[in-house]
Design a protein around this ligand. Structure first.
Ligand code: KPL
Length: 300
């Protein structure tokens, strides 16, 4: 029997970039766009740091066949509603990998899909939509996948590891999610407020200073939440991501620029919640959360 396709839910820039990378490696991919396209197949053209063209099959929101393997690239706030919308297609053995930024969305899944045991993924690749079929591959980065309580990579991971650049199984995915959360807390709101590319956070001294101060605050909150080891060397990691994705517009900047809701409540909002839970202050993250929320309210 041929291997089951990987369905991709969330067909924004990142969903399309991963669909293209999997398809390029010969993996059967089926897209699940929110709105049915007019054409029978969906075109994707990757430009920028890598170049490829793909014509991929898609299924409409009302489709009914079983989904055996699913990668979810929706925004954090859409994970629960989008999965509930295809819940009837998921079985007890369906493999589901959640790739959203931020933390806190998985808890929202439980009431609607109580038996689902998802894997989680983080990505520091950067991409944004260009015109038409184009997706600008704007940042090299790593993909880390893992499942709580599953230290060794399962068999199904091997094809993904081969297809995706710098892709590894994380024995401790919770730590990886915290590290990615911390990186997003430090990069995304600053780029969105200053309307700048990721690289400017290192190039402009005043912004670089803010990044350093944020890293210190995030590390303090992380340590209180038991994540000291996960966040060791955070500042170096954040600047490494800033350099690797220098030409990228962060997802939060893209969201605000397109008049969309951002994921700030799952990023800085989650961190502020953790700080509160552990009785410590997080004034820098709190201020960024408020500033982005105010911008959102003004445009959405
Ligand atoms: O994850 C990202 C995002 O924009 O959400 C980074 C890694 C910061 C790349 O832009």
């Amino acid at each position: 029997m041929p291997p089951s396709p990987w369905h991709i839910l969330g067909c924004g820039a990142m969903g399309r970039l991963y669909a293209a990378q999997l398809s390029r490696a010969g993996i059967h991919v089926v897209l699940l766009p929110r709105q049915a396209p007019t054409a029978k197949l969906l075109d994707i053209e990757i430009t920028g740091l890598s170049h490829s063209r793909h014509t991929l099959p898609w299924e409409p929101p009302g489709a009914t066949g079983p989904i055996h393997q699913l990668l979810v690239f929706t925004k954090a706030y859409d994970v629960a509603p989008a999965l509930a919308g295809i819940g009837h297609r998921l079985g007890a053995n369906s493999r589901v990998i959640l790739m959203a930024n931020g933390m806190g969305y998985a808890q929202q899944l439980h009431p609607r899909l109580p038996t689902l045991r998802p894997a989680f993924g983080t990505s520091t690749q950067g991409a944004h939509r260009g015109s038409g079929a184009q997706v600008q591959h704007a940042g090299h980065g790593a993909t880390r996948l893992g499942m709580p309580g599953v230290p060794k990579a399962p068999d199904w991971f091997a094809p993904l590891e081969q297809a995706l650049p710098d892709c590894r199984w994380e024995s401790d995915i919770n730590s990886a999610l915290w590290r990615k959360l911390a990186i997003n807390c430090a990069i995304n709101p600053l780029t969105a407020l200053h309307h700048c590319l990721n690289g400017e956070l290192a190039a402009r001294p005043a912004l670089a200073q803010q990044v350093r101060a944020l890293c210190a605050e995030i590390s303090t909150v992380g340590a209180a939440a038991g994540q000291q080891a996960a966040l060791a060397g955070l500042q170096e990691q954040v600047f490494a991501v800033i350099h690797a994705t220098a030409g990228n517009r962060s997802s939060m900047l893209q969201d605000l620029s397109s008049g969309r809701r951002t994921e700030v409540s799952y990023i800085n909002g989650f961190l502020v919640q953790q700080a509160r839970q552990h009785g410590i202050a997080a004034p820098l993250n709190q201020a960024l959360l408020q500033a982005i929320t105010a911008k959102e309210a003004a445009i959405t």
